[in-house]
Design a protein around this ligand. Structure first.
Ligand SMILES: CC(C)(COP(=O)(O)OP(=O)(O)OC[C@H]1O[C@@H](n2cnc3c(N)ncnc32)[C@H](O)[C@@H]1OP(=O)(O)O)[C@@H](O)C(=O)NCCC(=O)NCCS
Length: 305
């Protein structure tokens, strides 16, 4: 084993396959290896390297010793939009751990992004956040709420229909207008909307209908025993009617509980809050363009990478 490593800003297909092999136990979600590889290569081609690529360190023998996914994105900050990157699937194979490889890789990716004009790096930590704090990341609130289905408001649920491709523009407008402009959050556009929906294809958007008129949207994800509200933008509706709609879907799915990530808007009255042990949003500034001190943030589960 050599201590020399080479940084690759964009992994070739063979190293992408190596990353998938290394991470299959953690993030493979039971998908057959060949299907996961085919889908990953298709997604990389569909997003393009500016929006999504894998970066990594190769040792002297050509083996992949640390790797990550790098998303190109924009963040809405209190003073306007800034270019940023997102980091996901950060992984070092067990025999290589504790040698500073992931730290080196993250620093190289961050420096490259800074040179390219990015102002910040976003990640969702699944490990103790102190690891990323040492690299300059600031952590933001990460709580989830749950409530027994029976204690959610049940009155006046809305009709729903699956969202079609032609709805995306409207859904995006509803999303963008559902919180104040100064809130620190990922900016979505049509391309990223489609890409993140492909990533979350098991939880399609539902258009909320009032007297047959589209008035907002809701995105639900089924988990055993529980129905998660991934996100919603009620436009001019009350949250109670969105919860009642979700409760009806939960009852149809046989779920006993409903839950979601805590957002800026009010929660159902009986909601129990817990800190999330995973998916903790963390942001590192790369320059002084983004005011992070005390920033209020908004992340929906769909933004998680
Ligand atoms: C986390 C991980 C990428 C670190 O890789 P690495 O190359 O060993 O990292 P480094 O050598 O730069 O850093 C080692 C440090 O990571 C710390 N670390 C490892 N796992 C950790 C965890 N779950 N929580 C917090 N810190 C952790 C080690 O304690 C060590 O700390 P030290 O520097 O104070 O001794 C690696 O342990 C891994 O692949 N884990 C499984 C996948 C994973 O959880 N990825 C992170 C998703 S957010």
């Amino acid at each position: 084993m050599s201590d020399e490593t080479t940084y690759l800003s964009e992994l070739p297909a063979g190293a992408v396959e190596e990353h998938l092999e290394q991470t299959v136990a953690l993030w493979g979600e039971g998908h057959p290896r060949d299907v996961r590889l085919r889908e990953t290569l298709r997604e990389l081609a569909a997003w393009g390297p500016q929006r999504l690529r894998l970066a990594g360190l190769i040792d002297g023998a050509g083996a992949l010793v640390s790797s990550l996914e790098r998303f190109g994105l924009r963040l809405q900050g209190p003073d306007g939009p800034v270019a940023a990157i997102g980091l996901g699937s950060i992984f070092t194979p067990e025999p290589e751990r504790g040698r500073g490889l992931a730290r080196r890789l993250i620093r190289l990716v961050m420096e490259e992004a800074r040179v390219e004009g990015c102002s910040a790096v976003l990640l969702f930590s699944d490990i103790a956040p102190e690891y990323y704090e040492k690299l300059g990341f600031v952590r933001y609130p990460a709580q989830r709420w749950t409530v027994p289905l029976s204690s959610l408001p049940q009155a006046a649920p809305l009709e729903t229909r699956p969202a079609a491709d032609a709805d995306i523009g409207r859904l995006l407008e509803w999303y963008e207008s559902s919180f104040p402009a100064s809130v620190l959050r990922p900016i979505r556009d049509l391309e990223s909307w489609r890409a993140f929906r492909r990533k979350n294809s098991q939880s399609p958007d539902l258009v909320l209908l009032e007297d047959g008129v589209a008035v907002g949207y809701l995105n639900l994800a089924r988990a055993p025993e529980r129905l998660w509200i991934n996100e919603y933008a009620p436009a001019r509706l009350s949250a109670e009617r969105v919860w009642a709609t979700a409760a009806r879907h939960g009852a149809e799915a046989g779920a006993a509980e409903m839950g979601g990530w805590v957002r800026l808007d009010p929660l159902p009255p009986a909601a129990a809050l817990r800190d999330r042990p995973r998916a903790i949003p963390m942001i590192a500034p790369l320059d002084s363009c983004l005011e992070l001190q005390g920033a209020v943030t908004h992340f929906d589960a769909i933004d998680h990478f």
